[in-house]
Ligand binder design. Structure first.
Ligand SMILES: Nc1ncnc2c1ncn2[C@@H]1O[C@H](COP(=O)(O)OP(=O)(O)OP(=O)(O)O)[C@@H](O)[C@H]1O
Ligand SMILES: [Mg+2]
Ligand SMILES: [Zn+2]
Length: 548
């Protein structure tokens, strides 16, 4: 049997086989079932995510000898020819190599003739954004007065380059990047079918490197197989992909935790002598810090974090050593290093400087602690680096960063307050009223994990993953609306409190309402320590947190 590349061999042949494009596939199925076939479709999305494949499936669905169907047979002459790309009635045009007016004129001539055998004449124009302006104008004329039984399917990786006059005449479909997990699943299936021995970690690495392009992932696997045969070792995959071993990333991170600049520089030396591409290393570090940050924010969510289970638990250990702020800062430093290194003749020097900066960046004391120091013992003496232990603050549970603004209540008190709140009617009336007043605020409230009426007033609690909704709700305009509606339902002023879910066993943490915040800000501005701080650093207060 002749060898067929994986990407071709595993091209989806039915809507069901298309991975990760459910929205597009389902809409197309419905259109076919309801016999509402548009004259022009536009498939937009990144490379290798299934645009051309779906276009061909749609063409088969329209022209299958069984009759127009959502499940083309893939056996009749029409289907077979379309799959092979030599159907007389389904023409594929690559706009990248046929950009000009002549080609489009030819196409317009061709459009006039009825289908040779099939029901529809289908024109698939790939990379349509490459057409010249003249060619677009000619195409536009055809789209404006389309002959019956002609269907255009335009595909593009660069939607913004397609003129709006064309866009407005097409039914538009977005093809999204394939999720890491979907890519991984597909690679596993292919490896099993091809009887390839390859570890999950290696497949993971390929999936990660593909950045959402299933074709890239498959081509990469192909290349690895042709290089290594059917038994593939992890190092081979790493070498071929130019991937930095997870261990190296972990070593670097550990050295950063220990603030050991010397060790970090030693590791760089090792990278250089083992011939790794340093720019690539920086990108991998970026992905690594991004994963650590995600872990802190969202927990071990395999949808968000492309790590195998063993790697995940190691990453969680590492993440515990940093605060969100640390990780964001490291990320930003690396982003600029990435940009600088691209043009640098000495990428090694850039990398060394960057990592040294990161080692020292870790020594920046979190602002909460600085202010606490200002209030207490004053600023540490100049030139006096903060004690090493203090930089480990991020390890403290998150509760310490928000220590309760209001009187902290014990769990049992909360429980009794909860059971005392027999009327949930306020909460219900509130959500009904808000739905009327502001759909936006109402949908923000829907993200709350709990809304309860207690002796102390109304409490709205958000889970950590919904912090964004909480922040939005905290804006004065939104918050005041909630307060106003609550007051009017209760018939008297109510205390409304926003809370953020605490860690494992802790209690939820109150988040200051805008009014309290303003008051807090005024108080903070009066503080002599803060004044000194603002003067010394020409600083500005952008946010206040009550540390009590
Ligand atoms: N959504 C998908 N489901 C299954 N396989 C896919 C999918 N997307 C891509 N592939 C695989 O990648 C190959 C190329 O896909 P396709 O040509 O449809 O991508 P494309 O979006 O048109 O890419 P390009 O923009 O580069 O033209 C297919 O043969 C198939 O093996
Ligand atoms: Mg394509
Ligand atoms: Zn058929």
């Amino acid at each position: 049997m002749s060898y067929q590349v994986i990407a071709r061999k595993y091209r989806p042949q039915t809507f069901d086989e298309v991975v990760g494009q459910n929205a597009a596939a389902q809409t197309l199925r419905n259109a076919i079932l309801q016999n509402r076939i548009a004259h022009a479709y536009l498939f937009a999305g990144a490379r290798g995510v299934g645009k051309t494949s779906t276009a061909r499936i749609l063409a088969k669905a329209l022209n299958c000898a069984q009759g127009t169907t959502v499940t083309p047979c893939n056996e009749c002459a029409s289907c077979v020819e379309i799959t092979a790309g030599n159907s007389l009635d389904v023409l594929e045009i690559d706009a990248a190599s046929n950009r000009g007016i002549d080609e489009i004129r030819e196409l317009r001539e061709n459009v006039k003739y009825a289908a040779a055998r099939d029901r529809y004449k289908v024109f698939i124009i790939d990379e349509v954004h490459m057409l010249t302006t003249e060619a677009f104008n000619a195409l536009l004329k055809t789209l404006e007065e389309p002959p019956p039984q002609v269907v255009f399917i335009l595909a593009t990786t660069e939607l913004h380059k397609v003129p709006s006059t064309i866009l407005s005449r097409c039914q538009h479909f977005n093809f999204r990047a394939i999720s890491y997990q979907e890519v991984l699943g597909q690679l596993k299936k292919i490896a099993a079918e091809e009887r390839i021995q390859i570890s999950d970690e290696a497949l993971n690495a390929i999936a990660r490197a593909s950045e959402g392009s299933l074709r890239d992932a498959q081509s990469q696997l192909d290349q690895i197989i042709s290089f290594c045969g059917s038994e593939i070792r992890d190092e081979q995959v790493r070498d071929l992909l130019g991937i930095v071993p997870q261990q190296v990333l972990d070593d670097f991170t550990a050295a950063l935790v220990q603030q050991d600049a010397r060790k970090v520089l030693g590791l760089v030396d090792h990278l250089v002598s083992s011939g790794l591409n340093l720019q690539h290393f920086v990108r991998e570090m970026l992905a690594h810090f991004r994963n650590l940050l995600m872990l802190k924010i969202a927990g071990e969510d395999p949808k968000l974090i492309p790590l195998a289970p063993a790697e995940m638990s190691r990453a969680r250990e590492l993440a515990a050593h940093f605060s969100e702020e640390d990780l964001t800062r490291f990320f930003n430093i690396l982003v600029s290093a990435d940009g600088e290194m691209r043009w640098s003749s000495q990428p090694r020097f850039h990398l060394e400087m960057t990592l040294t900066r990161i080692v020292h960046a870790k020594r920046l004391v979190p602002i909460e602690e600085l202010i606490a120091q200002l209030g207490g013992g004053g600023l540490p003496a100049a030139g006096d680096p903060p004690a090493k232990g203090s930089t480990q603050l991020p390890q403290a549970p998150a509760t310490s960063r928000f220590t309760a603004a209001g009187p902290a209540r014990s769990v049992s008190e909360t429980m009794s307050a909860l059971s005392a709140a027999t009327e949930s009617s306020l909460v219900e009336a509130l959500s009904a009223a808000l739905a009327q007043r502001s759909p936006m605020v109402s949908s923000l409230m829907e993200h709350a994990r709990d809304i309860r009426q207690t002796d102390a007033g109304l409490e709205i609690e958000f889970g950590k993953q919904d912090r964004f909704s909480l922040d939005m709700l905290q804006s004065p305009e939104n918050f005041n609306l909630v307060k106003e509606v609550t007051d009017s339902i209760a018939g008297k002023p109510q205390t409304v409190k926003l809370l953020l879910e605490a860690g494992a066993a802790g209690e939820a943490m109150p988040v200051p309402a805008p009014d309290e915040k303003r008051e807090l800000l005024e108080r903070v501005k009066e503080d002599a320590g803060v004044k000194a701080f603002l003067d010394t650093f020409h600083a500005e207060i952008t946010d206040v947190k009550d540390l009590k």
